[in-house]
Design a binder for this molecule. Structure first.
Ligand SMILES: *Cc1c(COP(=O)(O)O)cnc(C)c1O
Length: 364
């Protein structure tokens, strides 16, 4: 059996270090916004090259609070991709704004800057690019558009921790960015967790209030906030894994290259890396017209595989009213043919060979 990710193997590797940190936290009993959260925020800010990193309860909350802190709300339009996880658009709806879905680039699967420009109206307030599957979005083009039309950028970095463009990390380009520490993400906690990054002191101060009941000082409340703090116990895990994130991402890239090399001659399209950035392969996602046959063959051998995402957001029931006339041909074609294979730092070369040989015989 080969799972999509092998969290067990990753745990075994860092068990001693984590257990010491957890034991100490339980002795100290400082469970909420304690020293590990503070230290993790500093270490993450340093790694990501941003002025502020604020721990929150999930990636979804990170995006929600980032939009709120940037003043996006009722009557505003936010342009984003329909080829993403639902949380990207949920966050836009939570603040009362309208998600406007535009098409993607066929090669990178990321939002198309040209499509964004066509969708800008007088109501557009922000663009929410998603660095999908770990591949950085073309941020230079997006920044240019945002300067020209005076729009904000909220990056969805849930799948891109450690990905960079010419050495500059995703999450350091926008007005704010949201990261997720859902266990299967490139940097995963042992439960839910998230992070917002920003270069703005003002946005950071608002975020620190929003995550903690609108309070700067205990029992004094300036705005209506939330209970959305990163847990101290999760911060212990994240500090241990942050030290190793480059090594983890390097191993993902190595596995991805081996897959692509071994499948070069098969009737499918292996992932295409944009030349300007470093892909961290949160997912290894290929396109194949005979997807069903490949999936059946893999499942028969107990090899996991998954379709991310089978129904793009503009085709979801929840957005039916908003999207009646929306047609996104590239997104639709990609979601009909995409298939994600197991990938994680612990995936062995042997596993990759095994998986490819099953795909090869399925496509004979
Ligand atoms: C995982 C994910 C989120 C949400 O993160 P949670 O921590 O699960 O709330 C948001 N956007 C994208 C693209 C994701 O993959």
């Amino acid at each position: 059996m080969i799972p999509m990710v092998n969290l067990k193997a990753q745990y075994a590797d860092i068990k001693t270090e984590i257990e010491a940190g957890l034991a100490e936290t339980m002795e100290n009993c400082a469970f909420i916004l304690g020293s590990n959260v503070q230290a993790f925020e500093q270490e993450a800010a340093h790694y990501l090259g941003v002025k502020h990193a604020i721990g929150v309860a999930s990636g979804t909350d990170a995006l929600h609070l980032a939009l709120l802190a940037e003043g996006i709300g009722e009557g505003d339009e936010v342009i984003t991709t329909a080829f993403t996880f639902i949380a990207t658009a949920e966050a836009i709806r939570y603040v009362g704004a309208k998600p406007v879905f535009v098409d993607i680039d066929e090669k990178s699967f990321n939002i198309s800057p040209a499509a964004i420009e066509q969708a800008i109206t007088s109501k557009t307030k922000a663009i929410m690019p998603v660095h999908l599957f770990g591949q950085p979005v073309d941020m230079e083009s997006i920044k240019q558009l945002c300067d020209q039309y005076q729009l904000k950028i909220i990056e969805d970095c849930a799948q891109s921790f450690g990905a960079d463009i010419n050495g500059k990390q995703t999450g350091s380009f926008g007005n704010a960015a949201g990261f997720s520490f859902f266990p299967s993400k490139n940097l995963g906690a042992f439960g839910d967790g998230g992070l917002v990054t920003t270069q703005s002191d003002e946005t950071a101060e608002m975020l620190r209030m929003l995550r903690n009941h609108g309070s700067r000082e205990r029992y004094y409340h300036d705005v209506i906030g939330f209970n959305s703090r990163l847990d101290e116990i999760q911060a212990v895990i994240l500090r241990a894994k942050l030290k190793r994130i480059d090594q983890y991402n390097q191993r993902r890239r190595k596995a991805a290259y081996l897959y692509s090399q071994l499948m070069a001659d098969l009737p499918l399209q292996t992932p295409i890396e944009d030349s300007f950035g470093t892909h961290v392969y949160h997912q290894y996602t290929l396109l194949c017209d005979r997807r069903d046959e490949v999936m059946t063959a893999l499942q028969a051998k107990q090899i996991a595989c998954a379709v991310y995402y089978p129904v793009p957001l503009h085709k979801q029931k929840v957005f039916a009213d908003d999207c009646r006339n929306v047609s996104l041909p590239v997104t639709e074609s990609v979601s009909d043919r995409c298939l994600s294979l197991p990938i994680c730092p612990e995936l062995s070369e042997h596993n990759v060979h095994e998986i490819v040989s099953v795909i090869k015989s399925a496509l004979k």
